[in-house]
Design a protein. Structure first.
Length: 123
């Protein structure tokens, strides 16, 4: 019970550590990439995915994927607008939609695997 109370008041420390580590990676990006990441992050938190399903924000996977993309692009010396395009809102919307689709795929896979296991055992 105490752990639940601490988690409610303080939050999940692992998530906070992961967020801080991700933001250190963002801080290591070139200036243009850092600026774009922060603007995109703000947009995604403000607008959220289509359909209003905010569950994809419960973990940092989507933002970590974005940092991965930005790190790879910066390493290739690509200009930030070559990565995100001129319609940044559209990029954000498509990126969120792809993350939601990936979440649904994972959800479908886990459901299938669990159902197959228990159907084989006759339960």
């Amino acid at each position: 019970m105490l752990d639940s109370f601490k988690k409610l008041i303080i939050g999940d420390m692992e998530e906070k550590r992961a967020y801080k580590q991700m933001m250190k990676r963002v801080d290591a990006l070139p200036k243009d990439y850092r600026f774009a990441f922060r603007k995109i992050q703000h947009y995604m938190y403000s607008v959220g995915p289509s359909g209003g399903d905010m569950t994809i924000f419960t973990d940092l996977t989507m933002f970590t994927d974005l940092v991965d993309l930005f790190e790879a692009s910066a390493a290739e010396s690509r200009h930030i607008l070559d990565v995100i395009g001129n319609d940044v809102g559209k990029f954000c919307d498509e990126f969120m939609r792809a993350s939601v689709a990936n979440t649904e795929t994972l959800r479908e896979r886990i459901n299938k695997e669990v159902m197959e296991k228990f159907n084989k055992e006759g339960r």
